[in-house]
Design a protein around this ligand. Structure first.
Ligand SMILES: [Zn+2]
Length: 119
């Protein structure tokens, strides 16, 4: 048996919450970086506009990544609520605590994740 103890779940829960806060902040930062270029387009020179556009496209990809991670984290938190957290989506085996410490939003055990990565 390899089920998570309430203490371990508690630990992962606070990990997820702090990651959620970080991602929300990242999203806000990205939003404002994206917004700046649109607003200031006529006010800045050519070079700084290129610069700003580059920063904007970086912000767009940061935002996409943050949004994807945030979705996984919210899903994991939801699964905690319904006490369905820590099990592999594919084989239903408990996911190792060691793995969840690194990636608390993991939805697959290592074995299945390997298979998915190779597919
Ligand atoms: Zn599995």
């Amino acid at each position: 048996m390899n089920q998570l103890t309430p203490k371990q779940i508690e630990e992962l829960h606070s990990l997820l919450l702090s990651q959620k806060t970080q991602l929300e902040q990242q999203l806000l930062d990205a939003e404002s970086a994206i917004g700046v270029v649109t607003l200031d387009q006529s006010a800045v020179g050519r070079v700084s506009r290129m610069d700003a556009m580059q920063q904007q496209s970086m912000a767009v990809s940061t935002r996409a990544k943050a949004e994807a991670s945030l979705r996984k984290i919210l899903k994991a938190l939801k699964r905690m609520e319904v006490e369905d957290f820590g099990y592999c989506d594919q084989c239903d085996e408990p996911i190792q605590f060691k793995r969840l410490k690194v990636q608390p939003h993991a939805s697959h055990c290592l074995k299945c994740q390997d298979q998915l990565d190779q597919a």
